[in-house]
Design a protein around this ligand. Structure first.
Ligand SMILES: [Fe+2]
Length: 389
């Protein structure tokens, strides 16, 4: 259903193409940067993905320092530590090179550089006093879409819950989206991050706050990811990596300006408790939760099936929707995603606490089907037993 009124804009300037990572220096100069903090993990640095950034900054005479002391699912204390370091170094601009953890850590540090305080002060909706420090985001995985979203996900280390800074002021100034950087990504990371991007697109398209503009990005993202992920995992080439990088970025726009839904509510609960890869947490839940949601938005799940490349011309909407969910399950299997039951960290005794955490998530009302803590508990159990259409 088309809403009576909605707003849509993408504040981030997106520069897409092979080699655009080399423009980091010229873009930093445009932003009048005097000193840069590069937020990049050790693996990204060892893989040589920051070399072109360093060269381009040197070419325009802008000094830089690194912050690499963060881990997947960035903690509040890590963000605060990064801020103290950035303040001591008199940094005014931030460049993130990495996946969601690097970009979200960078957003948190950039927020603290101009707003001060503790990162947890800014977790919530529209709390920032002023714009964050300028940020150039360079994704090195095709998953998070954080280079264009107005969120930063931070884990509260005391409660082990994932919180969000939700504010249009945490959108990066520039996203340098370079498919070349995916060519040497390990296959299990390509798979997990790719299914995260797929989950963004499916949830954005079917959620209660979708609008026609986010729908366009979501359907295009589903098409791109479903037709390129297997190749990008098994035998990555520039074409499949281009498809995945565009798929991740367009899915990021879709969910960044619509929302995610119950899969992410549950995946973030898993990530907070077990510190597991976010993409895997989504993938083990996506088929079960989508299947449960079908009655609440059957036509849109039928559209998902078409975007996944299925011929649904002889199917009812309900049949098409179920075929689409089965195809999502097949895609997860084909790229080697394990099942919830096969994840060693999972303890079924934690399911009530996980369900309660999922019910507290900010995106819970965006799910197409009204979902309670009891429903989340049933869905965790159902996902554990195995998706069975
Ligand atoms: Fe996600």
């Amino acid at each position: 259903m088309i809403p009576n009124k909605y707003e849509f804009s993408v504040p981030t300037k997106i520069i897409f193409g092979s080699g655009v990572i080399k423009e980091a220096g010229s873009k930093a100069k445009e932003l009048n940067a005097k000193k840069i903090l590069i937020v990049a993990g050790e693996n990204v640095r060892k893989a040589g993905l920051t070399k072109d950034v360093e060269t381009s900054l040197t070419a325009v005479g802008i000094p830089y320092v690194y912050f690499s002391e963060f881990v997947p699912n960035p903690r509040d204390y890590t963000c605060n530590k990064g801020y103290e370091f950035a303040k001591k170094e008199k940094v005014d601009t931030v460049i993130a090179v990495g996946g969601g953890s690097a970009m979200d850590t960078a957003k948190a540090i950039a927020t603290l550089l101009t707003n001060g305080g503790d990162v947890l002060d800014w977790c919530g909706a529209d709390l920032l006093k002023t714009d964050m420090a300028p940020l150039i985001a360079i994704p090195t995985t095709a998953g998070t879409g954080s280079e264009v979203t107005p969120f930063a996900v931070v884990t509260d280390s005391k409660t082990q819950t994932k919180l969000n800074i939700l504010d249009m002021r945490v959108t990066p100034k520039y996203a340098l989206v370079d498919p070349h950087v995916l060519l040497n990504l390990p296959p299990h990371i390509m798979a997990a991050t790719g299914i995260d991007a797929m989950t963004h697109a499916v949830e954005a398209y079917t959620c209660t706050v979708a609008n026609p503009h986010t729908d366009v990005y979501a359907l295009y993202a589903i098409r791109l990811i479903s037709s390129n992920l297997r190749q990008a995992v098994n035998n990555p080439d520039l074409e499949s990596c281009t498809g995945m990088m565009l798929g991740s970025n367009t899915a990021g726009i879709a969910f960044g300006f619509a929302d995610v839904a119950a899969v992410h509510c549950m995946a973030e609960a898993l990530g907070g408790m077990y510190d597991m890869a976010h993409g895997v947490a989504n993938a083990v839940l996506l088929p079960t939760v989508s299947n449960w949601n079908i009655p609440a938005n059957t036509k849109k799940y039928a559209d998902v099936a078409v975007a996944l490349g299925l011929d649904t011309s002889r199917m009812s909407d309900n049949e098409a929707a179920h075929a689409g969910v089965a195809e999502l399950e097949k895609l997860c299997r084909d790229v080697g995603i394990p099942k919830l039951k096969d994840l060693p960290a999972i303890n079924t005794a934690d399911f009530p606490a996980l369900a309660a955490a999922a019910a507290e998530n900010v995106s819970v009302n965006s799910n197409p089907r009204k979902v309670s803590a009891d429903d989340f508990l049933k869905l965790f159990k159902k996902a554990y037993e195995g998706y069975d259409d």
